[in-house]
Structures are given as structure tokens and as C-alpha cells.
Design a binder for this molecule. Sequence first.
Ligand code: ADP
Length: 397
Amino acid sequence: MKILVINAGSSSLKYQLIDMNGEVLIAKGLCDRIGVPENSNIEHKAGDVKVAKDIPMPTHVEAFEAVIEALTTGEGKVIDDISEISAIGHRVVQGGNLYGESVLIDDKVLADIEQLAELAPLHNPAHALAMRACRKVFGENVPQVATFDTAFHQTMPEKAYMYGIPYEYYEKYAIRRYGAHGTSHRFVSGRLAELLGNKDLRVITCHLGNGCSISAVKNGECVDTSMGLTPLDGFMMGTRSGGLDPSVVTYIMEKDGTSPAEMNSILNKKSGLLGISGVSNDSRDVIAAGEAGNKRAKLAFEMQNYQIGKFVGSYAAAMGGVDAIVFTGGIGENESRARKYIANMTEFLGFTLDDEKNAIRGKEIEISTPDSKVKVWVIPTNEELLIARDTLAIVSK
Ligand code: ADP
């Protein structure tokens, strides 16, 4: 069975076609600048073949038509006909407290996703648009499944997801911690359980990319996570501030007359590694600048990893100990210096890093020594595969 996995934004659409027979990636690509037809284009990859084409895409409908054309014709052709696509799985950023697992998309689910746009204004409306466009292009009979980034975190207890503000805001606006990157935390914690042959573990999963989050996963269930109502909470990221004294926000707004929209932009786009270093949001540039003597870049690297170390310590406390730590995401999978910093800071928890193994990049590998009490692993994430697996499971029912 072949499943098309979709990650749709308001102006972009990423796709992967996965053959579930052997879980093989057949093709993937990106439609960009949807809504700007004079500039929109598709980049399609099938094995070593790369195809790039400018195609007018006024809406997501034309984007899906371009995807079908790329999959069924020309150099990047991998299937004869769209009827070979049995189901479509969508990544959805926000499922609120309505969805604790993936679901088959029907009118009620679509309406819920649209209604939850209040909590994810940039993402949920785009997901709904893409789902409707899929119905139009692939037909009503091709089943579509939604996999929510927040679903894995729905097992958090109240004490972990509530904020210490008047209770009425939870009742009025459903303000609470929802978390994000749930599909990634679920994938790597599930993969670790498989590798160790044991699900009853206290695991700290560190998804460190441009956006970063850490989860505490006990016996396969998330008990706490660092991202909050939005993906701004937690610790310093590429361009996001992470958690800070909320008074900092009101102080700046009062001093500079900053509007809520401007403040949002400062905290989401101009902070983090970029805001502190003034160099870049990319950890590679920041580390290189720091090593070349740039003090603010060095500080940015230290701040991010110090904050991560503190989260690891606090999640060990949340679970009454820790059996394993997993690193994933662009930084987590590749950046040995970040892992080393975090490991040095939290070594007291009972693990020893194998420096030679830690130097290896981008591979599934245990990087702690064989006698280490706490296991430390690098596990490359694969959210698309998990979406495809959920889709297969739901449509096979
Ligand atoms: P996103 O969160 O946007 O999906 P990624 O997971 O790709 O992004 O993470 C981006 C971060 O990972 C950047 O800070 C980048 O510097 C870092 N990164 C990606 N690849 C490497 C690599 N090969 N070596 C070191 N750092 C890397």
C-alpha cells in the first residue's frame, strides 16, 4: 500500500510518498509560494532524480495537481496513476484537548481543526485548506488521516499542563500546555523501546532543531514537555526565546510601546541563538563564530545548552529518575559539541558518554559507554513514517 504524507503550510506543501510494503520512501518534494502563482514552483525528488519546475499555484488545489503530475509523469515518475495512492496522512500542528491520537478525517474532524485555529492561527487553517483540496483532487473516496503534533502530549497530568494563572483562563480560552513535536517524541521514544526491548522506561527525549523541545516519557507515555500553549515555551531555540519571566514581555511593551504583534515577532523570530549572537539562527554558524572568538556567539551556544541541561535535570526529577536520554533533530542528531555540553552538565544522573561514538553524526547509535547506568542514544527522527504508519493502521481497520 502506498501512502502520501502531507505537511501543509499556508504557502507551502511538503510531501512524501511511502510504500508501506517495507516502509520505503519512493519520492518526496516541496511546493513553494502557493498563492503567488507567478513565483510558485515544485521541487520533486525520486531516488537520485531531481525535478524542479515553475508551475502557477494560486491555491492548494493546483499544488496537489502539480504533485500528482510529478509523481505520474516525466523523469521523476514513480507511479502510473493516482489510484495507486491508497490513503493520505496529514500532519496537523494543533489538536487541542480534542485529539489524543490520529483520526480518520471527516466533516466533524475538519470543523474541529478549523476551530482549533485560535490556538494555531498560522497552521491549522492551512491544514484544513489542504485537506479540502485533497478531497477535490484525489476524490472523496481516498481516505485521509490527521496526525496531531499535540496528540502524544495529551497524557500529561493536569499538574504538568496547567499554568499558574487564574483558572478562568483555562475555562474561557483553554489556555494550558499542549506541547509540540509530539510525533517526533513518540517516534524516538517508541524506537528506543524497540531497540532496548523494553517499554517500561523513564526516557528524556530531546528534539533539538530550529525549534526545540524536550519531553519526559514514562512507560511510553508523555508526562511533561517543554513547549506550551504555543511552540514558544521551553528553552532558547534558533530564533525563539523559550520561556522567560513574563514580566520581561510587559516591561518591553510598556517601555517601547511595542504592539502584541510586534512582541510576538520579537519573541518568535528575532530571539534565541539569533537574538543573542547577532550572527545566525543556525547553530553551525553560531558555534563557528564562537570558536573564532565572537563572545556573544559563544554565550548563545552556552545559554541554549545550559537551559537544555536544566530541563534534563528537572525531567529526571519529574519521573523519579531517568533510564535513557535520546537526542534527535538537526542539532540532536549531528552536533556532538552540544551533546557533550549537555552530558557534562547532567553526568551526575549516572551516565558516561563515549567520546568516539559521540563524534559520529546523523546515525542511530548508542553514545554512552556499555557500563553507563543511563543509556544515551542518538535516534534520527522520522515523523512522516509515523504519520504513514498511523494512516495505514486507521485505514486498515
Ligand atoms: P527544523 O527544526 O527546521 O526541522 P532541523 O531539525 O533541520 O530544523 O535543525 C536545524 C538545526 O540543526 C540548525 O541549527 C542546524 O545548524 C543544525 N544542523 C543541521 N544539520 C547539521 C549538521 N550536519 N551538523 C551540525 N548541525 C546541524
